[in-house]
Design a binder for this molecule. Structure first.
Ligand code: AMP
Length: 143
């Protein structure tokens, strides 16, 4: 299955925030929505960065609770690696492993069209492995 197929199943909603949103604002959204990262969009709607729970933990570890009132732009990762809807699950695994991150925004025709987390990748990899095992069992039973 490719990224487009995963998005068709899970939906294309992406939680975003502005660069001016505080870490407290972002932590609230991550907690309420039970997600691990937000895409930071500029006022023109372009991807300006990504901010994950790890960035918040690092900010608080270094600056204490005062960091929570600082803006996302101070802590987000600006060089965001993205994927496209035609990418395969294997390509995503490679990208996440190489970049050591667990989120990949999906960009299609220059627009943000979804986000894939490592949880989505694992879920689909397990489903694929189970399907292959079933096929193998069926084949063995038939010969
Ligand atoms: P994560 O594993 O996704 O919680 O992120 C770990 C670190 O990688 C954090 O500093 C994130 O800001 C950064 N990060 C997460 N996803 C991406 C991405 N797609 N491209 C670049 N950096 C990312």
């Amino acid at each position: 299955m490719n990224v487009g197929g995963i998005l068709n199943e899970k939906g294309r909603t992406v939680e975003t925030a502005s660069p001016e949103a505080t870490l407290q604002d972002i932590a609230s959204v991550l907690g309420t929505k039970k997600i691990g990262a937000l895409i930071i969009l500029s006022s023109s709607g372009k991807i300006a960065g990504i901010l994950s729970e790890r960035d918040i933990v690092r900010a608080v570890a270094e600056g204490g609770a005062a960091a929570l009132s600082k803006p996302a732009s101070d802590f987000m990762t600006q060089k965001v690696v993205t994927c496209s809807e035609s990418d395969t699950v294997n390509q995503l695994m490679e990208s996440m492993t190489q970049g050591r991150f667990r989120h990949l925004p999906v960009v299609q025709s220059g627009k943000l069209s979804g986000i894939i987390s490592i949880g989505d990748v694992v879920k689909h990899r397990i489903a694929e492995a189970e399907f292959e095992a079933e096929e193998m069992k069926r084949y063995i039973a038939s010969v």
